[in-house]
Write a protein that binds this ligand. Sequence first.
Ligand code: AMP
Length: 151
Amino acid sequence: MSTIFTQIVEGEIPARIVYEDETTIAFLDANPLAPGHTLVIPKDEYERVNDMPEDVAADVYATIHRLVPAVEDSVDADASTVAFNNGEAAGQEVPHVHCHIVPRFEGDGAGPIHSLFSDAETFDVADLDQITEDLSDDELDEIAADIESRA
Ligand code: AMP
């Protein structure tokens, strides 16, 4: 069963398509968080950023780079939040990788990405200390080294 976004790519369901090339497509979000809220996706179905081959990821980023100013200018936005919900635990609902470009306005009150964690202590997360407590320099060094070794 193909994802709802593949159905858009195939023209099986309607969407307000704002850009399309050989490997990527962008269209307005059906439930916009702000006017102009746009989604950028690879045409091929990959569930998460982690699953995209490097060339596809580069194509997706090129489309994001092209669309961010177009989206902002179209609604006279002051800024934008550009983000992926990358995996179910991060709130991803459609299992077809997509980048949200959400126009932002002075005083819109939505806050930065950091505000996602403003009430994180209400979550029942086993490793809660990792979220709420300050990490020591040693722990930060260890995390940084681990990421570097995998990058
Ligand atoms: P996420 O929670 O990151 O998976 O976001 C999925 C997004 O897809 C939501 O913002 C939905 O409003 C949007 N969406 C779902 N179905 C459609 C559709 N048929 N056309 C456009 N946007 C959609």
